[in-house]
Design a protein around this ligand. Sequence first.
Ligand SMILES: C[S@@+](CC[C@H](N)C(=O)[O-])C[C@H]1O[C@@H](n2cnc3c(N)ncnc32)[C@H](O)[C@@H]1O
Length: 314
Amino acid sequence: MADPRPTTNEPAIEADPELTTDESDSTLGDDVSCYTASLTSSIQRYPVENNRRYHAYKDGSYILPNDEAELDRLDVTHQKLKILLQDKLLRCPVQNPGRVLDVGTGTGIWAIEYGDDHPDTEILGTDLSPTQPSWVPPNVKFEVDDCEEPWTFRDKFDVIHARYLATAIADWPTLVSQAFQFTKPGGYSEFQDYDLVYYSEDGTLTDDLAIQKWITILLQAARDFGRDPCPGPRLAGLMRDAGFQNKTVGAWNLVQIEDGLEAFTLRLFTQVLGWKSDEVQVLLANVRKDLRNPKIHAQFDFFVAYGQKPMDAS
Ligand SMILES: C[S@@+](CC[C@H](N)C(=O)[O-])C[C@H]1O[C@@H](n2cnc3c(N)ncnc32)[C@H](O)[C@@H]1O
């Protein structure tokens, strides 16, 4: 099957009208279905900056692009994370849930694979960008939605999954509280996310290296922009504060991957810090050299935290 996603030369993404205007969709409250219907054209007017294409709905609120290169990167990242998590899409102990929500679904690859593996489960993936394919399993739907707005789903979910929202979320406590509110009693929420602080266990990542300078500036710029680049270590505490019980947290090490360098950096450095595009490229060329240097062992951590909503919570 041909990849239905557009290239960067085709700025208009074909949103599936059934998904954006289906007012009979039982997963959504009435307000949301009208709201999304009125957005179908404006959500496709994607701005382009430094030759990268960005989301249009809530323009400027998310720092990574949504073009073909970024969508490919997200799909590759999905495969890497699956290997890291021993081929498991979820770590929480849930069997054949009825309804699953995937918050900030990206290309929808997680939702589609979960839907393929669980044909009796209804899966809804939400995102600021309608960049998901339209040929998907019949039990999988996608919706444009800002997860930082008050949630208006009509029904609660057996599982809520949110992966890799580092640098995306302004208010993590509210996000996790809304997940608690919309998890069914006895159901689970699972957050999987990064701590983007780089370190080395053998002292080879030193402060004079371009990679260390780059990540330090990037983390500060993300924080200046009001987006936590390191939610991973906070997840367990956020879930406890929201009311989840039976929490479990795990952490894995990752080595740096090169394919997202521009995506991570361009908007933060040019828009937030005022760097020129050429200056960013010079820094990134040096960062690439460091990343390819086998003598530098830089790594960072990925966290998975899940928790159960108590049976007696409403
Ligand atoms: C780094 S990607 C991860 C995508 C997917 N969760 C995965 O792991 O493959 C983050 C996604 O969150 C989406 N996003 C960012 N802010 C959002 C918001 N406020 N509401 C919904 N989605 C959001 C972005 O559009 C992007 O697709």
